[in-house]
Ligand binder design. Sequence first.
Ligand SMILES: [Zn+2]
Ligand SMILES: [Zn+2]
Length: 271
Amino acid sequence: MVNCGGLTLEGTSVSTLETCVAVRELNLCFDIGKGPRYAVGMDNVLLTHAHQDHAVGLALHIATRKLLDVAPPVIYLPAVILDDVQNLIHAWERLERRRTKYTLVPVKAGERYDMRKGLFFRSFPTEHSIPSMGFQVFEERRKLRPEYIGLDGPAIVELKKRGVEITDAVEIPLVTFVGDSTITPVDRFPEILKSQVVILECTFLAPEDRPMAKKKRHTHVADIIERADRLAGCEHLVLSHFSTRYTREDVKRELAAALPETLKSKTQILF
Ligand SMILES: [Zn+2]
Ligand SMILES: [Zn+2]
């Protein structure tokens, strides 16, 4: 469990083994891993890509929610993998001789998707070994337009009655989940760093593993350090998805030694 101000990250992200990170306050999880118990209550799944350790639990998540008689989940996924994922779910339905209920939403980069009133996300392309995308989740608040500030209650009611739009929408970036990727999206889409919480993968740590990070399209801690100035502007930075070649102690020690002070104070680790 990682606490980031008003948001709590529950879950796990370990390269090769499993990635599923639930944000209970937002009723969503990033990736579904093996369909863990803590994710069952999440109505929305934002799937970054189809590597099995991130996606294999999808059919189980759908089926479990049906058995428990909770609302069918909404699964947002890269548009390019829609058909294959649909076929997988259909195969499980045939194998288990039952129908399930769910909504698959094919996501295109850059477009807005509303999960509920006042909560939406946009996605951005990431760079991994298979098709992939990351997500930035926003809260939308209504703010009184400057020209109406100071008006009393009855005057505001009167304007509303006349159908005058007295508020503007304000987007508050809450959380960014990059998922498996090289560091490229951080360079291409600087706005993703404006979220209250930024979750980056950091699969590789050792200097000799840098070619491997490049080859497998993952992030190396050196990529993060090279961008420390910009990342230091984040309120909460969460590093995750470490390779199983490092123990937890290795990760803590390496990060403590490698990260500059400006980053260390705002960085948390999600195993
Ligand atoms: Zn992964
Ligand atoms: Zn992957």
